[in-house]
Design a protein around this ligand. Structure first.
Ligand code: FPP
Length: 227
């Protein structure tokens, strides 16, 4: 499987730096998150011009509950508003929504809204996968438990039960804001993914940054453990 990287079909992003973006401008953190949603919207609009079949975004981790109630509330409200306002655009642009994580544990109105969005976008050609109340270790533990209940635990049986089942293999993982960690995101799926860490803060991330990352991906040689 050695050779040129080819094009990235599945890209995942740890959207980090909203708070620092706001702090640098003496603005409330909530404004940083709002600008973060705008960065998401720009990327989703640009998806059709890229090789990406699936874009997976880390929107809310299981650890994010530790933030102050007000900030958690702001993030949940942003999610509500984003899905409500952008759903018609997803449908028009053939974008299918997919959710990873324990999202059924979120507020009932969010669960209902997401179920509706999932069913209304089911026919879409490109996927926007959003990790919500997501922790990768928990996802792997859930998948291993389900695999064990069915019989043998193998790589394939675990993969069939991961929240990412059905998505293309992860090609590229990007983290913004200069942090060099995976923070419990897609640990299993990253086994052979290329990684790009950029200093750009998430609200400043543009489709051009994504294009640059995709170009960097095609320059890398992927060996999958071979030579
Ligand atoms: C990291 O910034 C970002 C988050 C914890 C949440 C990401 C959420 C969004 C971009 C908005 C909601 C998403 C969607 C899809 C509607 P940080 O607050 O950790 O920044 P800091 O490290 O600079 O403090």
């Amino acid at each position: 499987m050695a050779g040129e990287g080819g094009v990235a079909r599945h890209v995942a992003i740890i959207m980090d730096g909203n708070g620092r973006w706001a702090k640098a401008r003496h603005l409330p953190r909530a404004i940083g998150h709002q600008r973060g949603v705008e960065a998401v919207r720009r990327l989703v609009r640009a998806l059709g011009e890229t090789s990406i079949e699936c874009l997976t975004l880390y929107a809310f981790s299981t650890e994010n509950w530790r933030r102050p109630d007000e900030e958690v509330g702001d993030l949940m409200n942003l999610m509500r508003r984003f899905v409500k306002s952008d759903l018609p655009e997803f449908i028009a642009n053939d974008v299918k929504l997919h959710i990873l994580g324990d999202w059924r544990g979120l507020a009932p109105d969010i669960v209902e809204m997401l179920e509706d969005a999932l069913s209304r976008t089911a026919g879409g050609a490109r996927t926007l996968a959003v990790a919500l109340n997501y922790g990768s270790q928990q996802e792997i533990a859930r998948a291993a438990t389900a695999a064990a209940a069915e019989g043998e635990i193998t790589v394939e049986s675990i993969e069939r039960h991961l929240d990412s089942a059905g998505l293309p293999p992860l090609d590229l993982l990007i983290r913004t804001s200069g942090e060099l960690r995976l923070s419990n995101f897609l640990l299993w799926q990253s086994a052979y993914a290329e990684m790009i860490f950029t200093d750009v803060l998430w609200p400043d991330f543009t489709p051009e940054h994504l294009t640059d990352a995709l170009a960097e991906f095609t320059r890398r040689e992927r060996r999958y453990g071979g030579r």
